[in-house]
Design a binder for this molecule. Structure first.
Ligand code: F6P
Length: 539
């Protein structure tokens, strides 16, 4: 990536950020009460109000200039054409093909990937219907009652998040559990109280070699066979696989007929709408799964078609770059005011940080500017009673996305007004704060004034949607996917590889023999050796 001084728009934005530091959100709103109209965008049922970000219309124009200079649209179009934009893995990046309608066609390397996608979706639907209707019998002839999803990272966070989000749409007669951690307590507690005769394991792994997933799957198989008698045929009735690796699936003992494929052009963290969503489809049914895909696709379409000023993901991504590089904020919070979205921040953590936690460009040169922010969050209002103190009065602002819905969950027993009032109040308090004079007017004693004033000028965006549905969930996820893409395109990094997780995996495998048998202790660094010895010193 050219260094900041070599990009005109970058320099202009740097100067602009210095100028803007002279003012604040109170002054900006006082000067222009129409800000919410000018600084908001609608698309796919999402209203994004970014008028409480530290921006002006001028900022948006300069960000557009930067996006043009960095050729974000060209890279986007290359992605949609199926070009190999994941350069370090030499792969196309085609999660957008996962949600293209069947009448579309996209030929990559001589194959129509849309047709392949729909063939898998149809197989998934057939299987899900049988399990949901109780027609898929286990080894003893009894129908399945519990589905245990085994996977980690992109092969777990999406299905787990989607199940929690769409619980009110889930079938009652099936129970769903999720296992990721190699800590045996995770599988142990998931299996508690289950009858193997009525349990189905969905083993999700793109590579089918991931240590955690393979360990958990092997233990699950032992548990099943010890419950049903050591009959390999039971595995065929109680295990299905979602993977790109047929050879490894077969080696594990899963019948390839019970395997649902996806492709190396689907990144793990971009796969919840592929066959990795099998558990989601089992829960909500094929029609609602297709509704979710339609929500994704709607955002894909507007990402491609809309001009910058009305392009929801483009604006969202460029605001993230503004906050990260020009205002210098290292972290971003995502606060869903929907308890159903409790796992959404965890899902976004992988999407954002595994994608954009990079320090070299696609060409292997240092990026030269700050890249991916730390993303984190918790549902509102719980978050308000833990870390929001720092948001309001800490020394540095933490930009936040506040996500709210007009309609309550169908199972909600309280009023939506109280929940949404909290979302709006937080955005307002963070933006406008409370001055010392206002605190005095409110009768606060003088000695408490420093503690009870709020500096304000802390940026938030508010995303307002109608209701949490399969479709709106798809749109929300696609919005963040493309926002991540835009950020990565500006930084010139490969947002679709994840080499950074390799070293720790390799080292864990090296350390296992040191912990089990004391082998290889001498090759470890002194600190790790000392800790390994202390671990081994257990009665
Ligand atoms: O953490 C690295 C990673 O490769 C993720 O990108 C991926 O989502 C996860 O591990 C699981 O990989 P797999 O689906 O191959 O088991």
């Amino acid at each position: 990536m050219p260094l900041p001084g070599e990009i005109d728009a970058w320099d202009e934005l740097t100067r602009h950020a210095v100028e803007l530091a002279e003012t604040d959100l109170r002054a900006l709103f006082a000067a222009d009460p129409e800000r919410p109209e000018a600084l908001s965008v609608d698309g796919a049922g999402v209203h994004l109000d970014f008028s409480k970000q530290l921006v002006t219309e001028g900022t948006v124009g300069l960000l557009e200039g930067l996006a043009v200079e960095r050729r974000v649209s060209e890279l986007r179009d290359a992605m949609f054409r199926g070009e190999r934009i994941n350069t370090t893995e030499n792969r196309p990046v085609l999660h957008v093909a996962l949600r293209m309608p069947p009448e579309r066609s996209l030929v990559v390397d001589g194959k129509d990937v849309v047709r392949e996608v729909h063939a898998v979706l149809d197989r998934m639907a057939g299987f899900c219907d049988r399990v949901r209707l109780g027609e898929w019998a286990g080894q003893t002839g009894r129908p399945i009652r519990t589905v245990v999803n085994i996977g980690i990272g992109g092969s777990a966070l999406g299905p787990e998040m989607a199940y929690a989000a769409l619980r009110e749409y889930a079938i009652d007669r099936l129970d769903f559990r999720f296992v990721s951690n190699v800590d045996g307590a995770d599988l142990g507690s998931a299996l508690e109280g289950l009858d193997p005769a009525e349990t189905l394991f969905v083993v999700c792994s793109k590579t089918f070699t991931t240590l955690e997933t393979m360990t958990n799957a092997a233990h699950a198989r032992e548990w099943l066979l010890s419950g049903l008698g050591d009959d390999g045929a039971a595995v065929a009735r109680h295990f299905v696989a979602v993977s790109t690796n047929t050879a490894e699936v077969t080696k594990f003992g899963i019948d390839p007929d019970n395997m649902f494929v996806f492709w190396d052009w689907v990144g793990g963290r971009y796969s919840m709408d592929s066959a990795i969503g099998l558990t989601t489809m089992l829960a909500v049914g094929p029609d609602r799964f297709h509704d979710m895909l339609a929500g994704f696709h709607e955002v894909d379409e507007l990402f491609v078609a809309k001009p910058f000023r009305s392009n929801l993901p483009m604006l969202h991504g460029m605001l993230a770059v503004w906050n990260r590089d020009f205002l210098g904020f290292p972290s971003t919070a995502v606060i869903p005011y929907s308890h159903r979205l409790a796992r959404f921040p965890a899902y976004l953590q992988q999407l954002t940080m595994e994608s954009n936690g990079k320090r070299v460009t696609r060409e292997g040169e240092p990026v030269g500017v700050e890249t991916g922010a730390v993303y984190w969050g918790e549902p509102g209002t719980n978050a308000q009673h833990s870390f929001f103190q720092l948001f309001h009065q800490g020394t540095q602002p933490v930009p936040a996305d506040l996500i709210a819905f007009r309609q309550p969950d169908r199972q909600s027993v309280g009023g939506q007004e109280m929940l949404v009032a909290n979302a709006l109040a937080q955005g307002r308090a963070l933006a406008f704060g409370r001055t010392a004079d206002e605190a005095r007017e409110a009768g606060i004693p003088e000695w408490q004034i420093p503690h009870r004033t709020f500096p304000g000028n802390r940026p938030t965006s508010t995303l307002l949607l109608d209701r949490l549905t399969p479709r709106s969930l798809g749109s929300l996820v696609a919005l963040y996917e493309h926002s991540v893409f835009v950020q990565g395109a500006i930084w010139g990094i490969d947002s679709f590889d994840q080499w950074g997780v390799e070293l720790g995996k390799e080292m864990a495998l090296e350390i296992v023999p040191a912990l089990t048998d004391g082998d290889g202790l001498e090759g470890l660094d002194p600190s790790t050796r000392d800790l390994a010895l202390r671990f081994r010193d257990r009665s």
